[in-house]
Design a protein around this ligand. Structure first.
Ligand code: IPE
Ligand code: IPE
Ligand code: MG
Length: 239
């Protein structure tokens, strides 16, 4: 793996917790709980491989439409994950950022999110973005609104509203676009995740359900990535 290019930024749609639970005749929240271990595996595997940024889709805006019990189990798990892992993450040099509309979180979850961002702020080895209450269309609409405000105030000229200006207003602005997107559980869709940022990202879809995801699954995805030829619309020297 070391001999090929390592994706600098890996994004993951963590999907399949419900099916993992159903296969075992367990309630769905136990599938989400089992998925926490896979997050740990991902963080460790990413650090080992030399990935610099990992962006995880943990909870979408659309997921607010799930049954109340499942939502509250997911929110409890978020708080539990932060309480259990914050110290370890800090020791590993991981810096956590939460992307999305955090105003919709219950106050205790919002507090936990703010705490983990503060407590891990010195992490420099891996940037870990957790997308929670996140929707890509919502993110782009927000960027448009922020730019419109600046134009109205007169701090930005209309002709300066270009691709770069929009990019700079996305939640992901500090990190650049993902090089590799992994989706687990075999679904072949983006489900409103990073629509702008994935324009030239390599896609890797695996049938593995999220709770079964290990470092080896991550390594397999990176090895597959290393066999791709990224052209960005251009022609290569060999063609
Ligand atoms: C992904 O697993 C986790 C979240 C969306 C929160 P799902 O809960 O979507 O699992 P499936 O797709 O029903 O198997
Ligand atoms: C996408 O998975 C959202 C997350 C992984 C957080 P979903 O399970 O919500 O997506 P769909 O409904 O299969 O498109
Ligand atoms: Mg799903």
């Amino acid at each position: 793996m070391r001999s090929g290019p390592i994706p600098r930024h890996v994004a993951i749609i963590m999907d399949g917790n419900g099916r993992w639970a159903r296969e075992r005749r367990l309630p769905r929240p136990l599938g989400h709980r089992a998925g926490m271990k896979a997050v740990r595996e991902t963080v460790e595997g990413a650090i080992e491989a030399g990935v610099e940024v990992v962006t995880l889709f943990a909870f979408s805006e659309e997921n607010w439409q799930r049954p109340h019990d499942e939502i509250s189990a997911l929110m409890d798990l978020l708080e539990e994950y932060i309480a259990r892992e914050a110290q370890e993450l800090r020791q590993q040099g991981v810096r956590v950022h939460v992307l999305g509309d955090r105003s919709r979180l219950v106050p205790s979850a919002r507090g936990a999110v703010e705490r983990v961002e503060r407590d891990t702020a010195s992490g420099a080895k891996l940037q870990l973005n957790l997308c929670i209450s996140y929707s890509s269309r919502g993110e782009i609409a927000r960027a448009a609104r922020l730019l419109a405000e600046e134009v109205l105030k007169g701090t930005k000229k209309l002709e300066d509203v270009d691709e770069e200006a929009i990019r700079a207003k996305l939640y992901t602005a500090p990190w650049g676009d993902p090089d590799l997107l992994i989706r687990t559980s075999g679904e072949q869709r983006l489900s409103n995740f990073l629509l702008w940022q994935l324009a030239y990202t390599e896609l890797y879809i695996t049938p593995v359900l999220w709770p079964d995801f290990t470092r080896q699954t991550l390594v397999d995805a990176i090895l597959d990535y290393q066999r791709r030829e990224r052209r960005f619309g251009k022609v290569t020297a060999s063609s």
